[in-house]
Design a protein around this ligand. Structure first.
Ligand code: ZDR
Length: 285
């Protein structure tokens, strides 16, 4: 069977998107994601995203990491998803609803002089109670600047769920952190029954953060949308920034705002199509 796909990136976090509104989610979605995301034997991506029909929203998004695990949400992915459904004429509105594992979220296409300049997503409310993130050992308390030991070193962690789990570590110098060594140990630390994404963040000033990420199921990536939102929430909870800040990632910049009036987070950033193609669904020998 042949599958049509498009490849997208948002701040260098790259995804293969498949329109599965008619065919539905393939049975082998996890295996397909591992194969498609492989940078040597596949197309190469951080994740595989399906566009699906929804009973409760205009569309449904499902995202699989490069290791085949399914994530509840993906911030950079939903911007790519939004731009795809808009560019391909699957909707005529520049404002629509998407069912995700983090609930129903609302992306909007941002235009200036008729040109698309980015995508703004209402990412909903952050989840701060430990047992819902989930983080073991804190009950329904918040985890703000709590000591965690990883590979015999002590860090202070602030944990936030944006639908998917995040552990935010503020550091003085981002180059001091060997992310490829400590990232996997955070991901599988006893605190995190569903594993975790981990962000290492420098506070530049009250409106700027610098962030690098180790992603659950995808290793180091150039950017993480939900991670940028979690980092801003963690920075506000620790009193480091205002409620709106620019987050500088390895692959680009995102603007994140945590509104006081409705507790929602708004993330704005780019989404670009790279190419399209046909995937021959043959087993490799
Ligand atoms: C971090 C992410 N790329 C984004 O932009 O939000 C989401 C991917 C899913 C993540 N690896 C997870 O939660 O397993």
């Amino acid at each position: 069977m042949a599958l049509a796909f498009t490849k997208w990136q948002g701040c260098g976090n790259d995804f293969v998107l498949i329109d599965a509104r008619t065919a539905g989610l393939p049975e082998n979605a996890a295996g397909l994601s591992r194969r498609v995301c492989d940078r040597h034997y596949g197309i190469g991506a951080d994740g595989l995203i399906f566009v699906l029909p929804s009973k409760s929203a205009d569309f449904c998004m499902r995202i699989f990491n490069a290791d085949g695990s399914e994530a509840e949400m993906c911030g950079n992915g939903i911007r790519c998803f939004a731009r795809l459904v808009y560019d391909e004429g699957m909707t005529e509105s520049n404002h629509f609803t998407v069912e995700t594992g983090a609930g129903i979220l609302t992306p909007s296409i941002v235009k200036k002089n008729g040109q698309i300049t980015g995508i703004k997503v209402d990412m909903g409310e952050p989840v701060l109670e430990a047992k819902h993130i989930p983080v073991e050992g804190f009950g329904d308390k918040r985890v703000i600047s709590e000591a965690i030991e990883v590979l015999e070193k002590r860090y202070e962690a602030t944990c936030v769920s944006m639908g998917n789990p995040h552990c935010v570590i503020f550091v003085d110098n981002i180059d001091d952190i060997e992310i490829e060594r400590v990232g996997p140990a955070f991901e599988r630390h006893d605190w995190f029954p569903k594993r975790t994404n981990t962000e290492f963040v420098v506070v530049r000033d009250r409106e700027h953060l610098r962030m690098r990420v180790w992603e659950r199921g995808a290793s180091i990536t150039l950017a993480c949308g939900t991670g940028a939102c979690a980092s801003l929430v963690a920075a506000v909870l620790n009193g480091y920034t205002e409620r709106c800040a620019e987050v500088e990632l390895d692959g680009g910049r995102l603007t994140v705002e945590w509104m006081k009036n409705n507790n929602h987070i708004y993330m704005t950033g780019p989404a670009e199509k790279i190419f399209s193609g046909i995937l021959e669904e043959e087993e490799r020998c």
